[in-house]
Design a protein. Structure first.
Length: 286
């Protein structure tokens, strides 16, 4: 747990962050968030995260309380206060506190809070992860990064109870994404991933993987694919801020890629590592 937190516009000791019991984030999940990777003390793919934040805010008519530059300054202060070298910064903005009505109350100040994690993931990319399938029971605006995550929480709890790392969601026959990640499959040397529509969150790592695949000449098909295609894939991986491209080695009882990370997934990870290495080098020399 981070010692210091971001509370509105201030970096304060954790116990000084107070949120009203009628905060709409607490009562309705009425808010938005971002989780950004930190490498060598600096925010990775920051612009893409901030663009997504602005989009989420727009879609829900939530007014951002500070400029992106000001917010970024505060996130950097938070990283320093908690002495984070490699980890994750999490922050959220709720619509604020007001007597409980479902519609948006007039003119209430939003509530911004943030914290840090001092590590990126518990999973090992050289070994990969086991996963399970779960029906996607979420609402139809999964493209907005909202605090309303119960569908994701229930699916992830199922995975946790089975002792596996991630739940892969499907709506009927169509694979959408992971409970907190995007899902790629590899078939005949090509990457396939669900298109960025309202059924999935357009992950920043997903966008990054697609860009890198283009750079290293791996074709990418953004199209829907079925559970059967997933189970018959040559390789599969999840992508997320903490996990980068994490190989999937099993889906329930079905082994993927012979139970080990496959060559295309390893190639993607090598490309990500190169970019992170260059980013670290620049961060250290600043
Ligand atoms: N989750 N899909 C869902 C449903 C997610 O919750 C996430 C990320 C992603 C991947 O997005 P990105 O590459 O931008 O991290 C896809 C974050 C990490 C979380 O909730 O903690």
């Amino acid at each position: 747990m981070s010692q210091f937190i971001l509370y509105q516009d201030q970096i304060v000791p954790r116990d000084q962050g107070k949120v009203d019991i009628e905060d709409r984030g607490y009562q309705f999940g009425d808010g938005i968030y971002e989780a950004i990777a930190v490498y060598s003390g600096e925010l990775f793919l920051l612009d893409l995260h901030m663009k997504r934040l602005q989009r989420s805010a727009r879609e829900l008519s939530i007014q951002l309380p500070y400029s992106i530059d000001h917010l970024t300054d505060n996130l950097n202060k938070l990283i320093k206060a908690n002495a984070i070298d490699d980890g994750v910064v999490y922050f959220q903005i709720t619509r604020g506190a007001a007597p409980r009505v479902h519609y948006f109350p007039d003119k209430i100040p939003t509530v911004l809070t943030g914290s840090t994690e001092d590590h990126l993931t518990e999973n090992d990319r050289t070994k990969g992860i086991r996963t399970t399938l779960a029906e996607d029971i979420r609402w139809l605006r999964c493209d907005i990064k909202t605090l309303n995550l119960l569908g994701n929480v229930l699916a992830n709890q199922k995975a946790h109870e089975l002792g596996v790392a991630e739940a892969i969601l499907h709506r009927g026959d169509t694979v959408t994404e992971g409970s907190s990640s995007n899902v790629f499959i590899v078939k005949d040397g090509k990457l396939i991933t669900h298109p960025a529509d309202h059924f999935i969150l357009n992950g920043i790592t997903r966008q990054f993987v697609i860009r890198l695949a283009g750079e290293i000449g791996i074709p990418v098909d953004e199209r829907t694919y079925s559970v059967d295609e997933l189970l018959a894939s040559d390789e599969a991986f999840i992508s997320s801020t903490g996990n980068q491209a994490m190989p999937i080695i099993a889906i329930d009882q079905t082994e993927i890629s012979g139970g080990k990370p496959g060559p295309v997934t390893r190639q993607i990870n090598a490309a990500i590592s190169e970019k992170v290495k260059a980013f670290r080098k620049a961060a250290v020399s600043r």
